[in-house]
Write a protein that binds this ligand. Structure first.
Ligand SMILES: Nc1ncnc2c1ncn2[C@@H]1O[C@H](COP(=O)(O)OP(=O)(O)OP(=O)(O)O)[C@@H](O)[C@H]1O
Length: 259
């Protein structure tokens, strides 16, 4: 499995205003990285840079030693899957099955139809997500949470080596949140590099590995979960009082808000 790394990555949508500055982040095989930070600091932008949808103003994103923005799109899609934020997915005129099969595009020839095995994979992926009943539904008829599961399913269809997920549990109920977090752990155990954004530091605690905090100046600090998740760092980054405490009954740190 490849390593994905940014070197002094800098980006702005306009020249006048940079939103990410000198970001150095390494995503190793089998490692989960949770990106936390306030609204609008550039977390989604970072994911789009990591998969080559956006091109850095300065610095680079390297997949092993190859520049991601110079890789052919099919090669990129074979290595990296992006699960976009729910708010950026418009109304889709597909059935769930057709949408899932779009995940195979990079592996099929130009005029090649999906193969028998691809249909089986679509059923299997929905089964893993506990959403088999959605197979023949129109995407436009799905609830927000159902669509989020299906969108994760489409990324799984790509059989990527690295998965980037933008707030993958934002629309999900607690059972589905647990299911997706466990799935991410399983994928990491299989050697995939996993990066997700979240607004819940508790997810970073549960997923344990690496945590990246993006601040309002566009700088990113990265470290082990134990070093990054504490009251002081989180209160500072979010600009509000947060309390992080070990709760024995949960056997983990818990992040709490206070009013
Ligand atoms: N296409 C675009 N054109 C211009 N500015 C953009 C564009 N997309 C995002 N931005 C701006 O870039 C900044 C970073 O946006 P981004 O979506 O990466 O933030 P985020 O950290 O993911 O936020 P949130 O937590 O609210 O999802 C924001 O100020 C946003 O308004």
């Amino acid at each position: 499995m490849p390593t994905l790394a940014t070197k002094a990555l800098t980006y702005g949508y306009t020249k006048a205003k940079l939103c990410l500055k000198d970001v150095n982040l390494t995503i190793n095989p089998g490692q989960i990285t949770t990106i936390l930070g306030p609204n609008g600091v550039g977390k989604s932008t970072l994911l789009q840079l990591l998969c080559g949808l956006l091109t850095p103003v300065r610095g680079s994103v390297l997949l092993d030693h190859q520049n991601v923005s110079q890789l052919p799109p099919a090669k990129r899609a074979q290595a990296i899957a992006l699960v976009p934020q729910m708010t950026s997915i418009g109304a889709l005129p597909y059935t769930v099955l057709d949408y899932l099969l779009l995940g195979k595009t990079a592996q099929l020839g130009l005029f090649q139809k999906p193969r028998e095995a691809d249909y089986h994979q679509a059923q299997q992926v929905l089964g893993e997500l506990n959403a088999s009943d959605l197979l023949n539904r129109e995407c436009q008829s799905l609830s927000g949470g159902q669509m989020q599961l299906v969108t994760i399913g489409k990324a799984l269809m790509q059989a990527p080596q690295i998965m980037l997920l933008d707030e993958p549990t934002a629309a999900l109920d607690y059972r589905n949140q647990v299911q997706i977090l466990k799935l991410l752990q399983q994928l990491a155990d299989q050697g995939l590099g996993i990066v997700l954004t979240s607004h819940d530091p508790n997810q970073a605690v549960l997923l344990k590995h690496q945590v990246a905090l993006v601040d309002r100046t566009g700088h990113l600090e990265v470290g082990d979960m134990a070093a990054m998740i504490n009251s002081e760092k989180l209160s500072k980054i979010y600009g509000t009082n947060l309390h992080v405490e070990y709760v024995a009954s949960c056997q983990r740190l818990v992040c709490m808000i206070t009013l």
